[in-house]
Design a protein around this ligand. Structure first.
Ligand code: HEM
Length: 537
């Protein structure tokens, strides 16, 4: 319901007292923490813009494209580390790679915590690694989720990833007007299989809309840990129709979608397992449920119970689906906007693969330019421009600036990857920038930070990179991507729309996608049939 359509009514007295009480507690704890922290150290907090009386920076920090504003403030206050404060919660923004590497990587143990995500709790997430605070539960989930996605283990998924890349390109050729459906289908299929052993049957599979629902919920929820509930947890109990509680309304709107994403595929996976004589160790739920049952049979305790398995499996689906789809969408955009880059990358594929077969994993190491296209895509638009916030475990001092215990730490990856002193002309899509000067490039460093830092770095980064490389190779081999055609039948360039609330994503856009040669569909179908018959690639 739109807030303007809420009938005007007097606040019940108990709610009024509740609000006043919550604010009073917040102000008091703010003052106590301020006195305590100033007596603890002589080092000053990092600089930042002035806050407002009592509210601090609550209204100073914008909700939209905040990472750009942080970069601007960094220049204005001539600092790579900024400080903000709202009701006693201190936020530190790291605008430079140097500060992020020093604090989040080198002093990683002190920054392995996460803030409490009260808004996400309201959204109904079950225990998922991404949001878990530092402690035994986090260590347990990380210990269980990291091993299946190491470089040495992800080889077992490559056959399936290539098959999904083929299906994706078949979809692009068969239904180019709905190219985004093929991209989304591919991304969901890869992580759904790995997490649960389940298949996506077609573009209308219910698993796609389920995964998309929670991806949308998180993508537009605002920067994590930045809502009023995250600053004053008691406000989560206020009525959601209050004008300033729009993030609580948002959380409640998406609650059931998020809970379904955790529950339904897990339940389906359990049902399927009951009908199978042998579970497949490659799929996360199969592997963990087998261990769970084995322990139970032997009378051993299970530290990773069914709720944990459910939460961890949904992390793979949610963290791995939208990020991959959004990156492929960006690849399509940048190839469309940069026809010279597209042509050069296609020529490389034609040279390495030839034109009489489709790319395989043996080709990927030789696609040097395509890899730079992917790196440049990472740099141009990091999907999580402020990462996922870490939190400091103990007080620290960095270059004479005080970083208090419990501060929320945002690495401003966007600012790092658009730093003009590192990347010349940072808004230009130019994959050659990473080549040596002798090779026609500018010798710039590959982007760092879009998969996070330190002990919370993305566990799925190598898996994601494999998915993206094989999909990119397959796209380059099979289709041409151009601007959509206008009413006069000519290619019509346009500026796409973006969403910068929470994640940075390009909104759906039209493109002209055409098969690079006749007979490609037949080749793809033949490959898919061969895969069905057990051909190993
Ligand atoms: C292009 C694709 C991807 C991008 C850009 C991406 C990005 C990120 C980022 C920025 C973080 C936060 C790291 C930090 O806090 O420092 C993260 C965490 C995480 N990612 Fe990814 N990710 C991608 C794909 C995946 C995939 C495929 C999986 C599936 C296995 C995955 C699983 C996770 C998990 C479980 C975490 C939480 C780690 C923790 O809190 O300890 N991600 N990712």
């Amino acid at each position: 319901m739109h807030i303007l359509s809420v009938p005007r009514q007097r606040l019940p007295t108990c709610i009024l007292y509740g609000i006043i009480g919550a604010l009073a507690v917040a102000v008091l704890s703010y003052l106590i923490r301020r006195v305590a922290s100033s007596s603890r150290t002589k080092a000053p907090l990092p600089p930042g813009p002035p806050g407002e009386f009592l509210l601090g920076h609550l209204r100073v920090v914008p909700a939209d494209a905040v990472f750009k504003k942080y970069a601007e403030w960094g220049r204005e206050y001539k600092t790579d580390v900024l400080h903000f404060e709202t009701f006693g919660t201190k936020t530190i923004v790291l605008n430079s790679l140097k500060s992020a590497v020093e604090l989040l990587d080198r002093r990683g143990l002190n920054y392995a915590d996460r803030p409490r995500f009260v808004m996400f709790e309201e959204m109904g997430w079950s225990p998922t690694l991404t949001w878990l605070r530092w402690g035994p539960k986090f260590q347990l989930h990380r210990r269980v989720l990291q091993p299946p996605f190491t470089k040495s283990k992800i080889g077992r998924y490559t056959g399936m990833q290539r098959k999904e890349a083929l299906i994706c390109c078949k979809g692009l050729i068969e239904d180019p007007a709905n190219w985004l459906v093929a991209v989304r289908r591919c991304s969901v299929a890869i992580v759904l299989k790995i997490a649960y052993g389940l298949d996506v049957d077609g573009p209308d599979s219910p698993w796609i809309s389920l995964a998309e629902g929670s991806a949308e919920a998180i993508g537009k929820a605002g920067a994590p840990a930045s809502s009023i509930m995250d600053h004053i947890p008691a406000t989560r109990y206020l009525p959601s129709w209050l004008p300033f509680m729009e993030r609580l309304r948002y959380a409640h709107t998406w609650r059931s979608a998020i809970q379904k994403t955790a529950r339904l595929p897990f339940q389906e996976s359990l049902n399927q397992m009951k009908t199978m004589s042998k579970l497949d160790d490659a799929y996360f739920t199969h592997n963990r449920v087998a261990i769970f049952n084995e322990n139970a049979k032997k009378g051993l305790s299970n530290d990773f119970d069914l709720e944990d398995i459910k939460g961890a499996a949904s992390t793979i689906l949610i963290a791995g689906n939208d990020t991959t789809a959004a990156t492929v969408t960006l690849l399509v955009l940048y190839l469309m906007q940069n026809p010279d880059v597209q042509r050069k990358a296609q020529q490389e594929v034609d040279r390495v693969v030839g034109t009489d077969r489709l790319p395989t994993w043996d080709d990927v190491p030789n696609l040097h330019y395509a890899k730079l296209v992917l790196q440049e895509t990472y740099r141009m638009n990091p999907l999580s421009p402020l990462g996922i916030p870490h939190a400091s475990v103990a007080d620290d001092v960095y270059e004479g600036m005080f970083i208090p215990k419990g501060a929320i730490i945002y690495p401003n990856v966007w600012a790092m990857l658009h730093d003009e002193s590192v990347y010349a002309d940072p808004f230009r899509f130019w994959p050659e920038r990473y080549l040596d000067k002798e090779a026609g490039g500018n010798g710039e460093p590959l982007p760092v930070g879009n998969f996070g830092f330190g002990r919370r770095i993305c566990v799925g980064r190598s898996l994601a990179e494999n998915s993206l490389l094989i999909v990119l190779a397959m796209i380059l081999a099979t289709v041409d991507i151009g601007w959509p055609l206008g009413p006069d039948g000519r290619p019509t360039p346009f500026e796409p729309e973006w969403s910068f609330r929470g994640q940075a994503v390009v909104m759906p856009f039209d493109a002209t996608i055409t098969s690079r040669s006749t007979g490609l569909l037949t080749s793809i179908d033949e490959e898919l049939r061969a895969l069905e018959n057990g051909k190993v690639i």
